[in-house]
Design a protein around this ligand. Structure first.
Ligand SMILES: Cc1cc2nc3c(=O)[nH]c(=O)nc-3n(C[C@H](O)[C@H](O)[C@H](O)COP(=O)(O)O)c2cc1C
Length: 207
């Protein structure tokens, strides 16, 4: 028997957001670590990030990063990006085209930083930013930091480097692999329509 979302736009959207919402809470969800792709015409780059928030009403996906990362500069020159998800067990791929806002030292980052645990804070305590060249192989951290030997107060220094990237979805593409026949659908959101969740177009595509 085919799942409810096999050939039904509403069920597909329901399933996509169920999977995204679950990924934020569930460490073993395969949707938890999407590839985030950004850049410009000559220099595109993808990397794995951790999905930290999803909000269907605001068509929002969110992850954290270091302000010194190369992708921040890239996003400042071109805020259009893509997020790519695949769940091997569900056989579902989701491709999101997004527009990004980089948050640094504002209300959004404050809220997320408070909820960032002691262990995760370590990432933001490196002296030199991600991608800095080094003479030797290194984490960039002093040994005591690498060993999580820092106080809560010392971890607060990481806030200087902490950013929250908010990704507003412009379109979603769905691919479901099934022995009886794959199914592929595209959902485009409208900018000026009343509801943030209104689609201007839903289309079936040949997989
Ligand atoms: C499982 C996993 C989770 C990661 N999560 C994040 C993340 O949430 N944010 C982030 O900026 N980098 C994350 N990274 C590191 C990036 O993939 C990348 O190496 C780093 O951001 C530096 O590259 P960039 O500055 O070009 O983005 C993660 C890597 C892995 C393997």
């Amino acid at each position: 028997m085919q799942p409810a979302y096999y050939e039904n736009f509403d069920e597909i959207i329901k399933k996509i957001w169920l999977m995204l919402d679950d990924a934020v809470k569930n460490r073993s969800s395969q949707f938890r670590i999407p590839t985030f792709i950004c850049g410009n015409q000559n220099d595109l780059d993808g990397r794995i990030v951790v999905l930290r928030k999803s909000k269907q009403q605001e068509r929002l996906l969110q992850f954290h990063s270091d302000i010194r990362s190369d992708k921040i500069l890239k996003l400042k020159s071109n805020n259009k990006a893509a997020m790519l998800f695949y769940d091997k067990d569900e056989k579902i791929q989701v491709r999101a085209k997004v527009e990004c806002v980089v948050n640094h030292k504002n209300e959004i980052t404050k809220e997320s930083w408070i909820n960032t645990g002691h262990i995760s804070r370590k990432c933001y305590l490196v002296d030199s930013g991600p991608g800095t060249e080094s003479e030797n192989p290194t984490s960039g951290l002093r040994p005591e930091l690498d060993n999580f030997d820092y106080t809560h107060e010392e971890s607060e220094k990481g806030y200087e480097n902490f950013t929250v990237i908010q990704c507003k979805i412009n379109s979603l593409e769905w691919l479901y692999l099934a022995a009886k026949g794959h199914r592929r659908a595209k959902f485009e959101y409208g900018d000026n329509l009343g509801s943030e969740t209104t689609f201007i177009k839903k289309t079936w595509l040949i997989p």
